[in-house]
Design a protein around this ligand. Structure first.
Ligand code: SF4
Length: 393
């Protein structure tokens, strides 16, 4: 009866180990944001101890053909896509635009060419906007609240953005290897990511490569993500190979483009992080200015249940008139989600943006993390909140 088919989920450590021994396979490890603040604990380190370089170097020691593609970078890619999606919805439903001309100045700031975006698609995608990066929430929505689907972001999760990016852009342009040799292994705090990776719709690298003649016609289909290891699985794989990340150097030698990311991607690892990253982008694009502060404390924190915030944004296309963006952050689905969904469906919801993370505290407390710690320690490592601010408004 488990919605994630947990009974079919087996650890993939043995399969990954076999691939590491195959000289014709390039094994790509993709660690999620929350893994780097939990892995140390498996080796006797402190709860919340941050290991980025040590983690990369430990993974690379597993084989000669190992590459890293940090999921933090994929989270940055997610925010580009989901942030733009949300901004389009605000411009259509709040500002009343049918087309959005991204002028030269904004295009330059975003690093793109000036473009006009047709916003008519937003007619079928109303506000409030629900996030889509947590497969636990997505499966809950599919089973218990499918009517809310038009409100849910069409952007894939960082794991599923990583998969095709690694087998197309990174394989072809960064590592210069045959994409058929790339074996993608995500390292996740999450057991439902195993289910997400196995969904049959996630074969977009295969489809793209085939359509564009980058792989032979008769190549059998392959998934975007080949294997998912939890943080505990990864620790076990390292132990089996006699590798202790805490004994590795912290310095990353010659980082590749797949190992570089921003703080916006890093904070995806905890409840409120996706929202904060998206709000930074929405503020910048809608107002044409940097926000007064990049830290948006009211959406951060460990509080189970919901957190709310109102973010005033002076909208350039409204002549600087302020739009009060109403934000809601939900974690631990059983607490408030049914009521929030009910209000969205009956039209009484006051929110424009709703982030949902299935686990209390978000991914730092996911089902694949070490079992000894409590999320507050991990959150301090990943996502500090000044004492005077507290963890909720
Ligand atoms: Fe997975 Fe939990 Fe994070 Fe959702 S909140 S992606 S279920 S670890």
């Amino acid at each position: 009866n488990c919605p994630f088919q947990a009974i079919e989920q087996m650890s993939q450590i043995d399969e990954v180990s076999a691939r590491l021994k195959d000289p014709n396979t390039v094994v790509v490890f993709a660690p999620a944001p929350a893994v780097r603040v939990a892995l140390a604990e498996e080796f006797g380190g402190k709860t919340g101890e941050l290991t980025v370089g040590r983690m990369y170097n430990a993974f690379k020691k597993l084989g000669n053909n190992v590459k890293i593609y940090d999921i933090n970078l994929a989270a940055d890619q997610t925010i580009w896509e989901e942030g733009m999606e949300f901004i389009c919805k605000v411009l259509y439903h709040v500002v009343g635009l049918k087309k959005w001309e991204i002028d030269e100045e904004m295009a330059k700031a975003l690093g793109i060419e000036p473009v006009t975006i047709n916003l008519e698609w937003c007619e079928h995608h109303p506000l409030p906007h629900f996030t889509s990066c947590c497969p636990g929430w997505i499966r809950w929505m599919e089973l218990y609240a499918p009517a809310v689907r038009p409100h849910v972001s069409g952007t894939k999760s960082p794991q599923q953005i990583f998969g095709p990016s690694a087998k197309t852009w990174a394989a072809l342009d960064v590592w210069k290897v045959d994409p058929r040799k790339v074996y993608n292994v995500t390292v996740m705090p999450c057991t439902s990511k195993i289910f997400e990776a196995s969904r049959p719709e996630f074969k977009s690298a295969y489809e793209y490569l085939k359509e564009n003649g980058k792989i032979p016609e008769d190549t059998p289909p392959f998934p975007d993500v080949d294997a998912v290891l939890t943080t505990r699985d990864m620790a076990e794989l390292l132990r089996r190979n006699g590798i202790n990340p805490l004994e590795m150097p912290e310095k990353i030698e010659n980082p590749e483009p797949t190992e570089i990311y921003t703080g916006g991607g890093t904070i995806f690892g905890t409840s409120g992080g996706v929202t904060e990253a998206a709000l930074r982008m929405a503020y910048f694009v809608l107002s044409g200015e940097e926000p007064p502060k990049w830290d948006i404390y009211p959406v951060r924190g460990y509080t189970t249940g919901i957190r709310e915030a109102v973010i005033p944004i002076p909208v350039k296309l409204l002549g600087g008139k302020t739009f009060d963006l109403q934000v809601c952050v939900v974690n631990g689905n059983r607490n408030h989600l049914p009521q929030i969904v009910k209000e969205v469906l009956d039209g009484s919801s006051k929110y424009h943006w709703i982030e949902v993370m299935n686990c209390p505290g978000g991914c730092v407390d996911g089902g694949g993390q070490p079992v000894n710690g409590m999320g507050t320690g991990w959150i301090d490592g990943l996502f500090p909140i000044p004492k005077e601010v507290g963890n909720s408004i």
